[in-house]
Design a protein around this ligand. Sequence first.
Ligand SMILES: Cc1ncc(COP(=O)(O)O)c(C=O)c1O
Length: 367
Amino acid sequence: MSQGIERFIRADLAGFTGYAASKSPDVLGDKAEESEMGIIKLDANENPYGCSPAVNRALAEYSDLNIYPDSWQTELRKLLSEYTGVSAKHIVAGAGSDQLIDLILRLFLEPGDEVVNCIPTFAMFDFFTRLNGGVPVEVPRDEEYRVDVSAVRKAVTGKTKVIFLASPNNPTGTIMPRADILQVLDTGVPVVVDEAYYEFTGETVAPLIGQYANLMVLRTFSKWAGLAGLRVGYGLFPLKIADCLLRVKEPYCVNAAALVAVKESLKDVDYLMASVKTIIMERERLFGRLGEIGWLKPYPSQANFILCSVLEGGARELQQKLEDRGILVRYFDKPFLTDCVRISIGRPEENDILMETLNEIGEEIDD
Ligand SMILES: Cc1ncc(COP(=O)(O)O)c(C=O)c1O
């Protein structure tokens, strides 16, 4: 056959490169030396303290896995309403906030429509824009990674369907001031404020939901609640958009185990927020220590990771040297990030090993 099955594939996806996801320690095999703590995973902004122990207990006892979850998410939305202070009518949950990014773009985009991204930012905005036939329009941040609000406003055209603003932003850790968000909302274009790291800052525009017909806020249980593996996130939407999303979403997108986990997590917020507090303290300690390394420049962060410019020896090379020693950090082969690595905050003992290893690598650079 001269032309294979690929001729049936959507032409616009022929060159789609996909998402460079974090590495699972399982796939490293024995390529990496393990430290005395095993592989130290600081590459996906996960919670090093895990989920609430109450989640593990409740899942062990759960016996209804043969029953589909409630497609209308009635109980889940009620619980999320109590947690956020936003009425359940405005809430839609999904299999991670990733799924909600996809769903929002499916709802708004027709082929060729534009989506504004303030780069460098979370790569899934670009990924789902392309997957849904949209065209990403990139507005670079300034040298301190702040959103250039007037450039965002200028980038809006008759084809702009969505503007993404992550606050704190991944991978830079930068927060976006509310006044700047309001200026972007003034464009009237649908605006997604991605607050995946909200619990690490306490800053939110959630109370503005319902006041702006074009404001959407995304949150997740992956970071503060340590549930990345169960995939559960949610969005706060204007009523009309929430109604549409509930109709276009895949019916059972939040699985039964995730619902159990959310219930238990929301009963154990004090425990989870104590871990968040420890991560914030560790972030500040690590920021200070990274700053003492002459060949690294850490950027201040409001989230559970720190972006660092690598001033000598190369960022990609540093990522590989750390991986060879059993420490995973993130390198992005992307504009504005090729000289950077992103380090998720680990437990104190993991961060100490990271620092020792960086100092050893530094001695090699000096030799
Ligand atoms: C800004 C931002 N949004 C969304 C997500 C995805 O979160 P989830 O695990 O809920 O899909 C992440 C994960 O890293 C993120 O950094």
